[in-house]
Design a protein around this ligand. Structure first.
Ligand code: ARG
Length: 619
């Protein structure tokens, strides 16, 4: 199963080759001018350049060869040598018949599956998750789904921030408050109490206080640094206390992730690679890759071509503590050892770009990355209506949890306003509101180009019209409802009932392709098919899913999926407005239309699933 552009590219490639030209010039795309043609091939221009010939003359020769194929309704040369192509309705209908039977809607699985680690989420112990983490979670989750759909082996790693200075800050802050706790007695080595001395709420108060104190007072900072180094060196009381911090935070984070519908394969943290750091540093030293600089050990990563100066990568601070970049390097070592990935993607805000540039260079230069490619998938910030980073009215951090709850309530209000789901049982209504709220947040985030900042505007995200998650959910739900009605209409039969004496697709418009897939790029034909304009446009849109997936993968860009889902929903909406599907008396035509509905639903559901958006059964 493949898309029409691929089939046509195959045909055009053959034609170019037959003219003694590079078949690569046969690349066919969707037309930029849908009013003039369905597809276009611009290869004659490049071919002419290479062959020092006239592009129009080449286009004419290629076109003459293509003309032999009965599937073309129109072939024309435009401008200096663009070839415009349109297919017959019989060919389009035949293609739908093939798509209809393909559970992947024409999207091939990758022939060369990769092992990919996606590092996203990245919550920190004790720090409340905010909208910045939200973006990483949503984008990372979408990319994970996308690569999996493509057939890659994908591992999502949360990369918990549990090992840096904030640990020492927390420890010293708690020590001030409760100096008598057993954890602070240096003479003790355990055992320590099994229950945590702090809750998540306590931590959320402790951390900002500690952080502010360290900013204001260098002595406090020094104290926190020392505690961090001691923790990392293995001081038993600190380790025991830290374990409590970690457990309590993990639990809070897990709750929020499940509310968001995001799951991880690895719940690893910075601390998990602690045992790798010392041998890694020793190895780098022995290979002459790390050198001393002001008491610290560094890897020099600057290159002569650098436009701005990149400081060296610090693998060990002068006090022996590991830095963020150290644990990131050790994490690469850990991943290479455990799964030897082909690719690691880091879905982290753009402000950390330089950090990753340093770590990646260090990893490549030292050979620690193995065969893995390393890539920072950055994103812009979420701003408030004032254009500044999103805050609560009181100026605080907007918590993920509150955001999700707010969206759910707003969704409920909108559903009521629109008169949707009003008569359903309360539990179902709440469940629909939950799905709609999440869809609003996720789609709004994903539909922006990754690197642009956007303004968080829940009221706009949650509308049922326009390019929103709820609109697309509603579009899918409407098709579901239409299909249910069609199933419930006993007199008019459709192709969902598979077999039976009254099955109506015998000589149907698209029922049985006349020449099903004989050869690599043969498309099926359904003789005598006639399509309306909106129908043709819908079929052409449906055919674009494989290309859309390719593009989204290549650019790590879920927004491409969003834009396409919206276009598809609009194409469907025009088709739906033009045809009275349920009351259509011609059974063959009705069957064909219902097939298009099913296909559209399948593609929409596939796309929404890739975006992490659930579709309610009804609304
Ligand atoms: N915990 C970090 C933060 O909140 C994000 C971690 C990103 N991943 C990584 N491998 N550094 O900024």
């Amino acid at each position: 199963m493949t898309s029409l552009t691929k089939i046509l590219s195959g045909l055009a490639a053959e034609a170019f080759a037959a003219e003694g030209l590079d078949p690569a010039h046969g690349h066919v795309t969707t037309s930029d001018r849908p009013d003039l043609a369905q597809f276009q091939c611009n290869g004659a221009l490049a071919a002419a350049k290479a062959a020092k010939a006239n592009p129009r003359a080449i286009a004419e020769k290629v076109l003459a060869r293509l003309k032999a194929d009965p599937r073309f309704a129109r072939l024309e040369i435009a401008g200096p040598g663009f070839i415009n192509m349109s297919l017959t309705d019989a060919a389009l209908a035949g293609h739908v018949a093939l798509l209809r039977d393909d559970p992947r809607c024409g999207v091939p699985l990758t022939g060369a599956p990769k092992t990919i680690v996606i590092d996203y989420g990245g919550p920190n112990i004790a720090k409340t998750m905010h909208v910045g983490h939200l973006r990483s979670l949503i984008i990372g989750d979408a990319l994970k789904r996308l690569f999996r759909f493509f057939g890659d082996r994908v591992i999502g790693d949360v990369h918990f921030g549990d090992w840096g200075l904030q640990m020492g800050q927390l420890i010293t802050e708690l020590k001030r408050e409760k100096p008598d706790l057993a954890y602070f007695d240096a003479a003790l080595t355990g055992p320590y109490p099994a229950t945590s001395p702090v809750t998540m709420d306590d931590l959320e108060v402790l951390y900002p206080r500690a952080s502010a104190a360290c900013k204001a007072d260098p002595e406090r900072l020094e104290e926190a640094r020392k505690a961090t180094a001691e923790l990392q060196a293995g001081r038993p009381g600190y380790r025991a206390l830290w374990q409590h911090f970690r457990n309590v935070s993990f639990e809070g984070v897990r709750r929020e992730f499940s509310a968001l519908g995001v799951e991880f394969d690895w719940w690893k943290g910075e601390s998990d690679v602690d045992h790798i750091v010392a041998p890694m540093v020793a190895d780098l030293k022995s290979r002459g890759l790390a050198e001393e600089s002001e008491g610290a050990l560094v890897v020099r990563i600057a290159e002569p071509t650098d436009k701005k100066e990149l400081p060296p990568l610090i693998v060990q601070k002068s006090d022996g503590a590991a830095l963020y970049e150290t644990t990131d390097l050790a994490t690469i070592v850990d991943r290479v050892r455990t799964v030897d990935p082909d690719l690691m993607l880091y879905v982290v805000g753009q402000p950390q770009h330089d950090h990753f540039e340093k770590v990646f260079r260090g990893a490549r230069k030292t050979g620690l990355a193995g065969k893995s490619e390393l890539e920072h998938v950055g994103f812009g910030t979420v701003n408030g209506p004032d254009g500044k980073p999103f805050k609560t009215r009181a100026g605080g951090v907007v918590k993920l949890h509150d955001l999700i709850e707010q969206a759910r309530q707003e969704a409920l209000a909108r559903l009521n306003e629109a008169g949707l789901a009003t008569e359903y049982p309360e539990a179902e209504r709440q469940e629909i509101a939950r799905k709609v709220g999440l869809a609003a947040i996720k789609f709004a985030d994903l539909s922006n180009q990754r690197l642009t900042n956007y303004i968080f505007d829940l009221a706009r995200f949650i509308r049922f019209e326009g390019e929103t998650g709820p609109y697309l959910q509603y579009a899918a739900v409407r098709i579901k409802s239409l299909l249910r009605k069609a199933d419930a209409t006993p007199l008019l039969l459709d192709d969902s009932r598979g077999g039976g004496p009254s099955r109506s697709d015998g000589g149907g418009v698209i029922a049985a392709p006349a020449n099903p897939g004989n050869g690599d790029h043969r498309a099926a034909m359904v003789e005598g098919a006639t399509l309306s304009d909106p129908e043709r446009a819908l079929i052409l849109a449906l055919d674009r899913l494989p290309h859309t997936i390719d593009q989204a993968i290549a650019k790590r860009a879920p927004n491409i999926l969003c834009a396409f889902a919206f276009e598809l929903a609009q194409a469907f909406s025009r088709f739906y407005a033009a045809h009275h599907i349920l009351s259509e008396p011609d059974a063959t035509r009705r069957t064909h239309w219902l097939s298009l509905c099913r296909l559209t639903l399948r593609e929409l559901e596939t796309l929404l699933d890739l975006l992490g958006i659930e579709v309610p059964e009804r609304m």
